[in-house]
Design a protein. Structure first.
Lengths: 257, 226, 470
């Protein structure tokens, strides 16, 4: 039975979950897993129902005006949140990299200061555990072989580095298998996969080769968008390998599994 | 095809009549002046290392090491031993002589070989030669680079280019450790044409396999004089 | 005035061009191999530089500073170069540059020229203009020679023939050089090129080059190369003509020390490339006794005018972004329909020329950031790609279906209550395609997706529904 370390208890917080639009609709189990882990660590989780989307898809595809609306909405919903945790590295990267720029583009001083105030309180799920809570062992049990896909935004924008792997290494029963060419994009890229399906599929097929080469039972990561992409091909090709979000592995315990 | 500016750019708003009356230079400069902008002048950071913490012996070792990396052969000798070293190299390579620039020190030359000064030689003469012997102006250890300013002891640029073999004498006083140190010495040599040589000519254009020796000298040999 | 970027105006949209290329297994293998080799070499020689980040900072700052004072530095360069015996010409666009060069070659009475690799002349399609005027251009860089003899197009900024393997090159050489036999080793092929070109190097009276850097304070010109073909073209002819984009000027000779460290390590993974040639005007008794330089705009001032993307002009053409780009690594350069391929091409081509012809290029990226990570002058390519996408959308060039989908999504997400409704509609809409929890053969925008991948059916309960019932 896992009991939170004294260090973790010291940091008891009210954590506001930003689930993100696509996790909300397509991967509710990831959000549930985040809630499970954080509550198991003794923290309080709140979900603000007015939340929708960070605006990444619109901003990155060129629909800037639509993304401005979503930025303002995000700030309105989360302005007074103590700390915001989000299980999607690309959405956190969007906020960190682009919200300040968007506020500049709009030339709105009030917005600029709101963005500056909220950003230090936004965390990607794995960095929240390792950096904010100072934990790598969250008492998880997952008796499977797993390989880790490092999403590009987590890697190059959030500089997550070894944080997701550090968490996985502490999971009881889990064998972490190194993924070759781990720094290579899986070919998702949001609307890229839709606008350039052939190149995207070629990139994905390379990623699949690497994943299958590890012989892992599952491929995990900190971003369901990449995992949806990878998982779609693993499923289409009937590989028998599944994708699973990092949070779901960390939520799993001897009792639950 | 007509230019369609992606944003409102002053290039397009300039009146046609005015543009026609301006020279291409005036138009380009006017376009630049209408377009350029940016942050107010800020100083350029130069926090990279201009020098390294290496002993003179380590610098020499690094230079030789880099040349070795490039497949260039390196010989060490003292000033007095330059002629005998050259003689040994020529014997090993079975050469009867080399071209030399007009200002090369005569006391470097061993007897018994044919050293021809580059005076009025045609490109065909250079191409038909057995090779060329020159001095250098600067050498950079970190990159294994030899710099030639085409002064009298180095000759015109064609002399170290067309022949297939280049034997170069480098004195320790000419050797620096880093590119910035080398560049400072090179600045003093301007406006002479400068050529930096880092190993023999090479290409990796076919399947990224490095082939040493393309159009420039295929063999570079260096005598390092202490 | 008309801006030309190679044949980009008539190029296929990126996804269409790429579709054919990713089906070519030999090409993909060749590109993969070449980019892997350069990437690992680059990684090693960058790793050994403790001050790499500081060099990058300086490299970027010098370029940005220059762009802010570009008129002054060009005037300074012109004065210094002219004083040293060079003749400076200005060209507003590709046709004007080509006209100047053709006239010069004719004036000096030559009907052939030797050329050292210049992307800028590929951009202006100089060879086509020369040939139309009865002047034969000989490309002398090994890769350019392979491309020229193979009636091909360059596919990489630094190694333009990386899409060809040795057997393909052997066939091209045997056919075009009229050889009965030829080995297949890179050494054999290189030796054949040496032999083919040597006689031309010694004979042809006019050389044409580009330049890597122009130095304002001294009027010097710098060419960075490996094979010695550059030195041949810059040194042996009686006349030298260089065609150079206006953004290639740097203020001081001292600044060169930054780029001579950044460029070779980034471009070819070498500590230093075999040869750098630095010349200042004309040197009596040494090299060409007539030197002309053509300073080219061809859309560059248009790029300069956009504060959000002018750093595109910082580019030193090292090609590191191409080697790092997972998209380029699948398609090679031909998919980009421009002499400038890869991430830098995806931002440069659309800015140089009309958006109409290259509106798909800003989307030819997953925004993975690998290009920005390796760029020696820190050009934030992903940010510029997004900026250009915004321009595509704002100018009404985005596909209708996409615009409707984006508008619909924006409307749904502008209020949480609408989002819940959208979830319900989506669940309803997916049923014809739902095959035991997996969606396949979706129509419209998602057709490309489900051609290669399953899509999980939308779960019956969203997170927010689960939370509200908790």
């Amino acid at each position: 039975m896992y009991s939170p370390s004294p260090a973790a208890i010291h940091y008891l917080l009210v954590i506001s979950l930003f689930i993100t639009c696509y996790n909300d609709a397509l991967f509710p189990q990831t959000g549930q897993a985040v809630v499970t882990v954080l509550e198991r660590l003794g923290h309080t989780v709140e979900f603000r129902a007015a939340q929708t989307c960070c605006g990444q898809m619109h901003y990155n595809t060129g629909y800037r005006n639509d993304s401005y609306t979503l930025l303002r909405q995000f700030l309105q919903v989360f302005a007074d949140a103590e700390v915001i945790v989000c299980p999607s590295s690309s959405c956190v990267a969007m906020m960190r990299d682009h919200y300040p720029k968007m506020a500049d583009q709009l030339n709105d001083p009030a917005l600029q200061s709101q963005v500056a105030a909220i950003l230090p309180r936004i965390f990607e799920f794995s960095e929240f555990l390792t950096d904010k809570l100072g934990l790598t062992d969250v008492g998880a049990f997952y008796p499977h072989t797993v390989t880790l896909h490092s999403s590009c935004h987590g890697l190059r924008s959030l500089h997550l580095g070894s944080k997701p792997a550090d968490l996985l290494k502490q999971v009881k029963g889990l064998t972490l298998l190194e993924l070759p060419d781990a720094d290579q994009c899986c070919g998702f890229g949001g609307t890229f996969a839709v606008k350039n399906p052939d190149v995207s599929a070629a990139m994905l097929s390379d990623k699949l080769q690497c994943i299958l080469g590890t012989n892992a039972e599952a491929c995990t990561g900190a971003d369901n968008s990449c995992l949806m992409h990878i998982g779609g091909a693993l499923s289409r090709q009937r590989t028998g390998v599944r994708t699973v979000h990092l949070a779901e592995i960390l939520a799993s315990t001897e009792k639950s599994s | 095809m007509v230019v369609q500016a992606m944003s409102e750019v002053k290039v397009q708003t300039m009146s046609e009549v005015k543009v026609q009356a301006m020279s291409p230079k005036e138009v380009v400069l006017a376009n630049i002046r209408a377009a350029q902008g940016g942050p107010a002048d800020q100083s350029i950071p130069r926090l990279y290392s201009a020098s390294v913490d290496l002993s003179p012996a380590e610098v020499v070792e690094q230079f030789a090491d880099r040349l070795y990396d490039y497949n260039a052969t390196v010989h060490h000798c003292t000033v007095d031993a330059i002629p005998v070293t050259i003689a040994g190299i020529l014997e090993t390579r079975q050469k009867t002589g080399l071209l030399i620039p007009s200002g090369l020190p005569t006391d470097w030359l061993p007897a018994g070989f044919n050293f021809q000064r580059d005076e009025g030689l045609s490109y065909a003469d250079l191409d038909a030669s057995e090779g060329v012997l020159t001095a250098c102006d600067v050498a950079i250890a970190l990159t294994g680079t030899i710099v030639i300013a085409h002064s009298p002891a180095q000759g015109r640029r064609a002399l170290t280019l067309v022949p297939d073999y280049h034997l170069c004498v480098v004195r320790l006083s000419q050797l620096v450790a880093t590119v910035p140190e080398g560049m400072r010495r090179m600045a003093a040599l301007l406006p002479a044409p400068l050529t930096t040589i880092s190993g023999p000519s090479a290409t990796s254009d076919i399947e990224m396999i490095r082939v040493k020796g393309v159009h420039g000298p295929r063999i570079l040999e260096v005598i390092l004089v202490e | 005035m008309s801006v030309r970027v190679g044949e980009a105006a008539s190029a296929l949209p990126f996804p269409e061009a790429a579709k054919k290329l990713v089906a070519n297994s030999q090409l993909r293998r060749n590109v993969r191999h070449a980019t892997n080799v350069i990437r690992s070499k680059r990684g090693r020689v960058v790793e050994e530089m403790p001050d790499w980040e500081q060099l990058r900072d300086s490299g970027k700052a010098i370029k940005d500073h220059t762009l802010a004072h570009l008129d002054q530095y060009l005037i300074q360069f012109e004065a210094a170069c002219t004083k040293a015996g060079g003749q400076v010409h200005w060209a507003r666009d590709a046709d004007e540059a080509n006209r100047i060069i053709v006239d010069l070659v004719k004036r000096y009475g030559s009907d052939e020229v030797i050329k050292v690799k210049t992307m800028t002349s590929d951009e202006t399609r100089l060879n086509v203009a020369l040939e139309a005027a009865g002047i034969t251009p000989f490309e002398t860089d090994l890769a350019d020679l392979i491309v020229q003899l193979g009636d091909d197009k360059p596919s990489h900024i630094v190694v333009p023939a990386l899409h060809r393997n040795r057997m393909e090159i052997r066939e091209i050489f045997m056919g075009k050089m009229g050889l009965d036999s030829l080995g297949y080793l890179p050494e054999d092929l290189t030796a054949a090129a040496r032999k083919y070109l040597r006689e031309r190097f010694l004979r042809v009276k006019v050389g044409i080059s580009g330049a890597n850097y122009l130095i304002a304070e001294t009027g010097s010109v710098v060419v960075v190369e490996s094979e010695g073909n550059g030195r041949m073209c810059l040194t042996l002819p009686e006349v030298l003509i260089s065609i150079v984009g206006v953004e290639k000027v740097i203020p001081r000779f001292e600044d060169l020390e930054v780029y001579l460290q950044l460029l070779p390590r980034s471009a070819t993974g070498e500590r230093m490339n075999p040869y750098n040639s630095i010349w200042t005007g004309v040197t009596p008794g040494d090299g060409p006794q007539a030197f002309h330089i053509v300073l080219l705009d061809n859309g560059r001032t248009k790029v300069l005018a956009d504060p959000e993307s002018r750093e595109t002009l910082d580019c030193i053409r090292c090609g590191a972004c191409l080697n790092a780009c997972p998209v380029y690594r699948q398609t090679g350069g031909h998919a980009y329909g421009s002499v400038y391929a890869g991430p830098i091409g995806a931002i440069l081509t659309p800015q140089l020329q009309s958006m109409e012809h290259s509106q798909t290029l800003p989307y030819a990226s997953t925004l993975c950031g690998a290009c920005y990570e390796v760029c020696p002058v820190k050009i934030n390519i992903p940010e510029i790609l997004i900026h250009l996408r915004t321009k595509v959308v704002d100018s009404g060039h985005a596909p209708l279906a996409e615009r409707l989908a984006m508008k619909g999504a924006a409307f749904a997400m502008s209020k949480a209550s609408r989002l819940s409704l959208a979830h319900a509609f989506a669940r309803l809409g997916q049923w014809p395609f739902n095959d035991d929890g997996k969606l396949d053969n979706l129509p419209g925008l998602l057709a490309g997706w489900t051609e290669f991948r399953d899509l999980d059916a939308i779960p019956s309960q969203s997170f927010r529904e689960w939370w509200s019932k908790r």
